[in-house]
Design a protein around this ligand. Structure first.
Ligand code: IMP
Length: 187
């Protein structure tokens, strides 16, 4: 039998939210969304790339019919600070006119990216538009954004794992970990 390769991700930083806590919360959110969207025309819009893991788990906890679509946006700024100037790298494949849209985000930090997305999608005349985010950092908020479903409020720390990256790494952690202040992208 082949030897198990060493897990180089284990020692990233302190575990902030364990895999078990994440799964429990996602199943609670799934139940809540299923209750609220019974009889509606739900399309979940995942924001690439960070929300991929969360939306995949959330989807499997829904008991109502739904579709998923994706948008990719890039926010100008450093890897830790967004500028509010957002560019669409990939737009939705389908129209959301008249649909009940739920934006699924990995994390709301300053709120600038989400603020842009809400305004952009609202202009397409959905029947309803709500937001579900796994994480939020209320201390960092620079613009007020309406969030219907929140997984966890976290302190003002940079985190990785469960879809969230630093320099495109660490998305494959099954938990959310703090990133050490001295971490280098792509390490
Ligand atoms: P905002 O526009 O400042 O709210 O930034 C939102 C985006 O910044 C998220 O979708 C993430 O891609 C990224 N981001 C913000 N905080 C973190 C973090 O702690 N870890 C990883 N990515 C983050």
């Amino acid at each position: 039998m082949a030897a198990t390769p060493p897990n180089e991700l284990v020692s990233v930083g302190e575990v902030l939210i364990s895999a078990e806590e994440l799964q429990k919360k996602v199943s609670e959110l799934g139940a809540q969304v299923s209750r609220d969207y019974a009889g509606k025309d739900l399309v979940m819009v995942g924001v690439l790339r960070g929300a991929v893991v969360f939306i995949a788990d959330l989807l499997r906890n829904l008991t109502v019919p739904c579709e998923i679509d994706f948008m990719a946006v890039s926010s100008y700024g450093s890897s830790r600070d967004s500028s509010g100037v957002v560019r669409i790298l990939k737009d939705l494949d389908d129209s959301i006119e008249g649909r009940d849209v739920l934006i699924v985000e990995d994390i709301v930090d300053s709120g600038l990216t989400l603020n842009y997305l809400i305004r952009n999608l609202q202009a397409r005349d959905p029947a309803s538009l709500e937001v579900c985010t796994l994480l939020t950092k209320p201390e960092r908020r620079r613009v007020d954004v309406p969030i219907r479903y929140t997984g966890f409020e976290i302190p003002n720390e940079f985190v990785v794992g469960y879809g969230l990256d630093f320099g495109q790494r660490y998305r494959n952690l099954d938990h959310v970990a703090l990133l050490p202040e001295d971490a280098v992208p792509g390490r």
